[in-house]
Design a protein around this ligand. Structure first.
Ligand SMILES: Cc1cc2nc3c(=O)[nH]c(=O)nc-3n(C[C@H](O)[C@H](O)[C@H](O)COP(=O)(O)O)c2cc1C
Length: 268
């Protein structure tokens, strides 16, 4: 009799909890995604909020996206860096959790974004952002200084001495916390994380093209040295480096030029 009562109680609790569990499994809000925002930190820099700036339509950005490896001797504007970061991982909706500019498998959001800022690399009005490594907080659209000093040389060494990494005024580094996605999808989660980094990367490319800036996806680097250069957390694996800057030369094609290009390819 007593046993029956215990079984009935367990069944009742399970019945009540099941919808909640289901909801949780379908829409897991990882710790970093929960609505309660973390307390503002002292060294936090609130970035200029995104607004339409380029006036470039998507088709033009696609047409003029190119990998850029040579930079004009000019800094990045903080407003532009803010747009690039927002394009990579910024927030666009609150639907019980924060949705972002880039899609994410199961909304598990495994990516963490850092910026390596060189000396006088990023201008903010009449002053410059302190050289160092910053971490992007997508929920607050802010940067937090995590390491002081110009780390571009360490980044360049880690990136197999690709000069465009050393010479760019700043580099965006995309890292992954795999467990956020693999804890839900197992081995397949690795594939999803890499796809997601590609989505974020393409957003950076297109936003850069729209702003008349340049970038290049850099995947060739020493993982450990790169993690060390940016002071990544032990569970953050660097996947991609995007040096960004003002291009020495801009790639430009008109839609008329594109038509000629296709006419040539169709002639064979
Ligand atoms: C996954 C991946 C890794 C890449 N790694 C590097 C790299 O380490 N260094 C580099 O200079 N370019 C790198 N690139 C950029 C390619 O070289 C470039 O996209 C390609 O030459 C085509 O040129 P486009 O981007 O201008 O169309 C990488 C691109 C991808 C997609």
């Amino acid at each position: 009799m007593k046993m029956k009562a215990v079984v009935a109680a367990i069944a009742l609790v399970a019945a009540l909890a099941a919808p909640l569990l289901l909801l949780h499994t379908r829409f897991p809000a990882p710790a970093a995604e929960r609505p309660e925002l973390p307390a503002q930190q002292a060294a936090e820099i609130l970035l200029p909020l995104p607004k339409p700036k380029s006036g470039v339509v998507l088709e033009e950005a696609l047409l003029n996206r190119r990998s850029v490896r040579e930079w004009a001797p000019e800094p990045l504007e903080l407003e532009d860096l803010a747009l690039l970061l927002w394009a990579a991982q910024g927030v666009t909706e609150f639907a019980g959790w924060y949705r972002r500019t880039a899609p994410s498998a199961g909304a598990t959001y495994p990516l963490e974004v850092y910026v390596v800022v060189g000396e006088r690399g990023v201008r903010n009005g009449t002053s410059y952002l302190e050289a160092g490594v910053y971490k992007y907080n997508p929920l607050r659209h802010s940067l937090t200084l995590v390491a002081r000093g110009d780390r571009r040389r360490e980044l360049w060494e880690a990136a197999l001495r690709q000069d465009w990494v050393r010479d760019a005024p700043a580099s965006i580094v995309i890292c992954a916390v795999y467990e956020r996605t693999t804890s839900r999808y197992g081995e397949r989660g690795y594939r999803y994380v890499h796809m997601e980094a590609g989505h974020a990367g393409q957003n950076i490319y297109l936003q850069a093209a729209a702003l008349g800036l340049g970038t290049v996806a850099v995947g060739a680097f020493d993982d450990e040295a790169l993690a060390k250069a940016i002071g990544a957390q032990p569970n953050e694996a660097p996947l991609y480096v995007f040096p960004v800057g003002v291009p020495r030369e801009r790639y430009r094609l008109t839609f008329e030029g594109l038509r000629e290009l296709y006419e040539a390819t169709r002639r064979g």
